[in-house]
Design a protein around this ligand. Structure first.
Ligand code: PMP
Length: 290
């Protein structure tokens, strides 16, 4: 029995649907041995996937970027997500998909004739609370010490794990990472800054994981008449920002109102956040009512 999870939940492993507590993989799986794999997380509301096409695009991109060939077409991935959602019977939840290079004799180079391990589970998630939305979160700055391929949604997450623990140890909700003095992202979120009514984001490059909410927020900016600019953002610009916010599949969009122990702007969620939040909520309502 595994603590704090639904041991009876049905998971998908290599073509089979089985109880979570019964799912087994080999100790020689390269995911376990090397962290040699990728993953994605599709959020769902009222049991309906949110931006599934974009998540599956990224999943396929991730697989390609590390040369894992899985015998699954786009329609198979879609069927897997919908099937898992249906079986779970959950409303607000996330579909976690992980693919590793497979099981082979331990050797760093890619093995020949290996079949990838494909795993999928669904777990409930709690949407951000009213307090989180209305009062905001706290964060501290952290030097980004991760590798230079952060654009790959790799299961090798040690850097992100250590970053998140740094937040926990500091008694805050998230870290804001900087590389060479410029903003990258959170431990498991993208970071955004508003200055003079303009929403700024670090460029889409190898130093950040481009969240599915990156393009979404860009679109919501157009919709709500908020000017948007993707460019390098200095530590100083973050420290003196009017607003800081973060996005992720499960945290949606949330304001950061305390940064390095000081209030951000007037310490309240700002106007850019409020506009984007309202537009984001509307997208979820539209999905729920579709
Ligand atoms: N950056 C990192 C490092 C992440 O782990 C996540 C969450 N998956 C994100 C950004 C945000 O991505 P998304 O909006 O697709 O959840």
């Amino acid at each position: 029995m595994i603590a704090d999870v639904d041991n009876d939940a049905i998971v998908y492993l290599n073509g089979e649907y089985i109880r979570l507590a019964d799912a087994r993989i080999s100790v020689l799986d390269r995911g376990f041995i090397f962290g040699d794999g990728i993953y994605d997380v599709v959020p769902a509301y009222a049991g309906r996937p949110f931006r599934m096409a974009e998540h599956l695009d990224r999943l396929e991109r991730s697989l390609k970027s590390i040369s894992i060939n899985v015998d699954m077409e786009r329609a198979d991935w879609e069927a897997l997500v919908t099937d898992m959602l249906h079986r779970s019977g959950l409303g607000d939840c996330m579909v976690y998909i992980q693919v590793t290079r497979g099981v082979a004799k331990r050797d760093h180079a890619f093995p020949k004739n290996v079949s990838p391990t494909v795993f999928c589970m669904v777990a409930p998630f709690d949407r951000p609370t009213a307090t989180e939305r209305d009062q905001g979160l706290s964060a501290v700055s952290l030097t980004d010490v991760r590798w230079l391929r952060c654009e790959i949604k790799s299961i090798s997450l040690l850097g992100n794990v250590l970053a998140k623990q740094a937040a926990v140890d500091a008694g805050v909700d998230e870290v804001v990472q900087f590389r060479d003095g410029y903003l990258t992202e959170g431990a498991s979120s993208n970071m955004w800054v508003a200055r003079n009514g303009v929403l700024l984001a670090p460029p889409r490059d190898n130093l950040i994981l481009e969240g599915i909410r990156y393009s979404l927020l860009e679109a919501l900016c157009v919709q709500t008449d908020v000017p948007f600019e993707a460019r390098a953002i200095s530590r100083e610009e973050v420290a003196t920002a009017d607003e800081i916010m973060m996005t992720s599949a499960t945290r949606e969009v949330l304001p950061i109102t305390q940064f390095d122990g000081k209030p951000v702007g007037d310490g309240q969620p700002g106007t850019v956040y409020r506009k984007l939040r309202a537009a984001y909520d509307q997208r979820i309502k539209d999905l729920e009512q579709a």
